[in-house]
Each structure stands twice: as structure tokens, then as C-alpha cells.
Design a protein around this ligand. Structure first.
Ligand SMILES: Nc1nc2c(ncn2[C@@H]2O[C@H](COP(=O)(O)OP(=O)(O)OP(=O)(O)O)[C@@H](O)[C@H]2O)c(=O)[nH]1
Length: 321
């Protein structure tokens, strides 16, 4: 049996999947109607919408009975997300990669599999719309076209979820997306015994930029600061905009001392950016730092509130200077 390999962009793929806040959610008609339709069109007993998580395949729609997840290592969909094309296995017993797969040899005795990889807006393949049968079969060109059409509708539904977690102006995750991403990151850090630190940013005198240079320039400044944060930090750090001129970052594998070093680097880089942009105003920030403590921060909101209070204290201290 051949276990699926891991895509090169796995960390971004997983972060995208997390930001959708879809894993372990209840069934939804918008996905169920697609799998029902697929079963009818292709006359197959099973059609599913699946999402490929770290080490499991989670079934959003079309699950058989109580089983709503299977190990990624024996999954067909783990293979389907490795390429943009439909992944087709006409007869599993004739295919050395799957002939001895437990899902072929045992229940549900898969003989035929076809999976359309589902991509989100940023091109990450997070799961699949797949068909399965207990008999071998082929898909002709028209049927492949139909599967692609249904798959694209499922993708639109995923993209709608993604948009609901994105901040329209800066394209960072919004509060909802950040909470989903951060909760996942904190879970991983806790399991691996690694530190994590939350940074809460608020721009200083941002209102003056709006008042003196206009709202459009204010928008430009927010987009500039968002891009600055995103590009100055690691891909695995979660960066979000809460609204207005408030931004948050969750640094993973970083304790308070490391976070303080990172802020010093950000400050230095922002000074350089201000010089380079030479816009007549400077981007400046106040920042609150709170190291994650599993005991104290059981509720994510507590961690956010502490970092917000620390930011406010920093802002007050800057004013007194
Ligand atoms: N251009 C623009 N302005 C926004 C947006 N969202 C909020 N604002 C403005 O951002 C400003 C934020 O207000 P404050 O937090 O009091 O701003 P501040 O001038 O930075 O004050 P301090 O935080 O005390 O330094 C308000 O004037 C809002 O109208 C946006 O999406 N675009």
C-alpha cells in the first residue's frame, strides 16, 4: 500500500484549513445537497466532501453511519489533494497503491474512487469531492466535466467560508479567523510543550492620518502596516486585524524574551519603512505582550483581554514621555 505524501506547502495548507473553522462542525445543507446530487448523477452509493487534516480525513458531508473520520495514511483523498487534476482509481484491486488498502480489503470495500481536489482562494487544496463504488468503473469525459462542475460549486462554498474569516481591506484574517487560527496554534504549542506569545498592536494617532490626509490614505496606511507585519514574521505566526487600527499576532515557539526581541526588530524595520515611504506621517504603534499560560488562559478571550490591557498600558506610557 502507498500512503499519501505530504504537500510541500503543508503548513500554509493546514493554516488555510483551520481558518475556515469548518472541521468538526455539524452537517450543512449547502454541502449535503452537492453530495446527494453527485450520488444521483453518477449512480454511486457514496459521494463525500472531505477535508484533509494533519493526520485524519474528516468527512463534512456524505459520511456513512457514525464514521466521520478515517486516518489520512490510508485515505484516497490524501492522494487526491496532491494534484489539481481529478484523482481516478478505476479498479483498486488492479492498482498496486491501493490493492491491499484496509478500506479496499475490508469495509467499505472500495473498488472505484474519483476525487476532485477542492481548492480555496489562495490555491490551497484542503479536501475533495469524491465518489466511491464497490464495483470498478471509469469516468468518461462528460462525467469528468460534471464532477469538476460540482467540485467548483463546493469550492465556492468553501471560499464563502474563507471570505467570512478574512478582513476585506488588508486580507489578513479577521477576529473570527484569528481566533480559529490561534486556538489551533495554541493547541499544538500546548501538546508540544512550546511557548506562544500574543502581541496586541494599536496604531498611534491613526485618526490624524485620516483627518489630515483623508480616509483613502488611512486605508493605505492600514494595508501597509498589515503587509509589514505579515512579511516581517514567520509564515507559521498567526497575524490578524481585529478592526480599526488594531492588529494581533500570535508568535508560536516564542516566549516573552523572544517576543521582546521580535518587537525590537519590528520597530527597527518600521523606522526604516517610514523613512523609505516618506509620506509626511509615520506609522507608529503601541503593543501589548502576553505570554500564553495554559493555566490562566483557558479561555482565549482572557489571553486577548490581557494583551489588550498591556497594549493600553504601553500607549499610556508612551504618552507620558
Ligand atoms: N481609513 C480607515 N480608518 C479607519 C478604519 N477603521 C477605523 N478607522 C479609524 O481609525 C481611527 C481609530 O481611532 P483611535 O483608535 O482613537 O485612533 P488613534 O488616533 O490611533 O488614537 P490612539 O490609539 O489613542 O493613538 C478612527 O478615527 C476610525 O474612524 C478603516 O478601515 N479605514
Amino acid at each position: 500500500m502507498l500512503a499519501p505524501t505530504t504537500p510541500l506547502d503543508e503548513s500554509v495548507r493546514l493554516a488555510t484549513l483551520r481558518s475556515l473553522s469548518i472541521l468538526d462542525t455539524a452537517p450543512e445543507e449547502r454541502f449535503d445537497r452537492l453530495t446527494r446530487l453527485a450520488k444521483r448523477i453518477f449512480r454511486v452509493p457514496v459521494a463525500m466532501i472531505t477535508l484533509v487534516d494533519v493526520d485524519r480525513l474528516w468527512i463534512k458531508s456524505g459520511a456513512e453511519g457514525e464514521v466521520c473520520e478515517t486516518p489520512r495514511g490510508t485515505s484516497f483523498c490524501g492522494h487526491a489533494i496532491l494534484d489539481d487534476a481529478i484523482f481516478l482509481v478505476p479498479d483498486t484491486l488492479e492498482d498496486h497503491r491501493f490493492a491491499d488498502n484496509p478500506l479496499v480489503q475490508g469495509s467499505p470495500h472500495i473498488r472505484f474512487y474519483a476525487g476532485y481536489p477542492l481548492s480555496t482562494d489562495n490555491g490551497m487544496r484542503v479536501g475533495s469531492l469524491c465518489l466511491m463504488d464497490q464495483h470498478p468503473r471509469l469516468l468518461n469525459d462528460e462525467e469528468r466535466g460534471l464532477l469538476r462542475d460540482l467540485g467548483r460549486i463546493a469550492e465556492q462554498e468553501l471560499i464563502a467560508l474563507q471570505l467570512a474569516t478574512l478582513d476585506e481591506l488588508t486580507h489578513l484574517v479577521n477576529r473570527r479567523g484569528f481566533e480559529a487560527l490561534a486556538t489551533y496554534t495554541l493547541g499544538v504549542c500546548r501538546r508540544m510543550g512550546k511557548p506562544a506569545t500574543l502581541l496586541f498592536f494599536d496604531l498611534n494617532d491613526f485618526k490624524e492620518i485620516n483627518d489630515e490626509y483623508g480616509h483613502a490614505e488611512g486605508d493605505r496606511a492600514l494595508v501597509e502596516f498589515a503587509g509589514f507585519l505579515r512579511h516581517s514574521l514567520r509564515e507559521s505566526d498567526a497575524v490578524g486585524r481585529l478592526g480599526g487600527d488594531e492588529f494581533v499576532v500570535l508568535l508560536n515557539d516564542a516566549d516573552r524574551a523572544r517576543a521582546v526581541e521580535i518587537i525590537a526588530r519590528l520597530q527597527h524595520n518600521l523606522d526604516e519603512l517610514n523613512l523609505r515611504l516618506n509620506r509626511g506621517y509615520d506609522l507608529r504603534f503601541s503593543v501589548g505582550v502576553t505570554a500564553f499560560d495554559a493555566g490562566r488562559h483557558e479561555e482565549f478571550a482572557t489571553l486577548m483581554a490581557e494583551a489588550d490591557a498591556a497594549m493600553y498600558a504601553h500607549k499610556q506610557a508612551l504618552r507620558k514621555r
